[in-house]
Design a binder for this molecule. Structure first.
Ligand SMILES: Cc1ncc(COP(=O)(O)O)c(C=O)c1O
Length: 353
């Protein structure tokens, strides 16, 4: 089938395309230097109550972080947007592209819950096309579900809560045959043997890739999400985002983390070997009916009575995620990979149930 080209400008909602951004003090005068007297942003000149220097507003475009990230990922800074978690770009995708009560998006359950929450918040119709029984994309079903008012298809790979990466050939079929935006949410990509889709950004202008500092980087508490996309998408996000969406502390810690990539690799290696150990040990327990293959830092299993197991573990202070009632995950339990000690505690309690 012939590849469809996407006109990003046409996809943007009319009033957003014409919007003027808020012009912050740091937009109007960028050069922060000790020589200048800054009396333009209504900040407190004396400093912070804690004694640390957080009295000044942060860089609205996180330039230093993007420079380092650009080198690590091999993606130009103009194709990078940083959000307050990847939940922020998910919400901005709706605001930029999808007209409430008129246009729609497609999600592929079972999948990450925030796409549905963001759709509801933005008053946007949600169309659901279930994954196949092998937890892969039903490309034909998806293309049948889209119409001229469909703006975004959300693909989560590796998928939450099932843990598997979906087939990249099928994602490419969507990119080539759907003229709207295809989001590939790669929150768990660092735990996967599959390559990231960021390498395909130049080829497909309708591709948006989401990643996060919350998982492999261990920075969930600091809230930093990444979007890699066509410059036109990044530009419009910079117009509609809150001016200082990434705080100073998070920007500083991200710079520090980007100098410690080896530590991230080391943590990922440990988590992967623990994942393998958990898979092996769980496979020896007869109550475990199915273990879904995982490309993520969690494992989804199916048991005889998930809610019963879940409640008994909670009583012992071991908290996993009960997915018993989720489509295609009947009697499912999702277990995040912990430290070796945490995993031992879980295994010991789970075996004894
Ligand atoms: C698939 C997926 N995408 C995005 C997120 C959100 O990540 P962040 O912490 O960057 O908002 C999660 C969090 O669990 C997730 O599972």
């Amino acid at each position: 089938m012939e590849k469809i080209t996407t006109d990003i400008q046409k996809l943007i909602r009319n009033h957003i395309r014409e919007m003027e951004p808020y012009s912050s003090a740091r937009d109007e005068f960028e050069e922060v230097s000790d020589q200048n007297v800054f009396l333009d942003a209504n900040e407190n000149p004396f400093g912070t109550a804690t004694g640390e220097p957080y009295n000044r507003y942060p860089d609205p475009y996180q330039r230093a972080v993007k420079e380092k990230l650009s080198v690590l990922k091999g993606i130009p800074t103009e194709n990078i947007f940083l959000g307050n978690g990847s939940d922020e770009p998910i919400d901005l995708l709706f605001r930029a592209f999808v007209e409430p009560q008129k246009e729609n998006v497609v999600i592929l359950p079972p999948t990450y819950g925030m796409y549905q929450v963001s759709a509801a918040l933005n008053n946007v119709e949600l169309r659901k096309v279930a994954l196949t029984s092998t937890l892969d994309l039903d490309v034909e079903g998806i293309l049948n579900a889209v119409d001229n008012n469909t703006k975004i298809i959300f693909v989560c790979s590796p998928n939450n809560p099932t843990g598997n990466a979906v087939s990249s050939d099928k994602i490419i079929q969507l990119l080539e045959q759907f003229k709207g935006i295809v989001v590939v949410d790669e929150a768990y990509i660092d735990f996967s043997s599959e390559p990231s889709f960021i390498g395909k950004l130049e080829e497909y202008e309708n591709l948006v890739v989401l990643q996060t500092f919350s998982k492999a980087w261990g920075m969930a508490g600091l809230r930093l999400g990444m979007m890699f996309a066509n410059k036109q998408v990044v530009d419009i996000f910079n117009v509609i985002k809150p001016p200082y969406n990434i705080n100073q502390l998070t920007q500083e810690k991200a710079l520090e983390a980007l100098d410690n990539v080896d530590k991230v690799k080391e943590m990922v290696a440990t988590l992967l070997s623990e994942r393998q150990r958990l898979e092996k040990e769980l496979s020896e327990i007869s109550r475990v009916k199915n273990i879904f293959p995982s490309d993520a830092n969690f494992i989804l299993i199916q048991v005889e009575n998930a809610t019963d197991d879940y409640n008994k573990l909670v009583e012992q202070g071991i908290i996993i995620r009960n997915r018993a009632k989720v489509l295609l995950c009947d009697e499912g339990l999702r277990i995040s990979i912990g430290t070796p000690e945490e995993n031992n505690r879980f295994l010991e309690a789970f075996k004894a149930l």
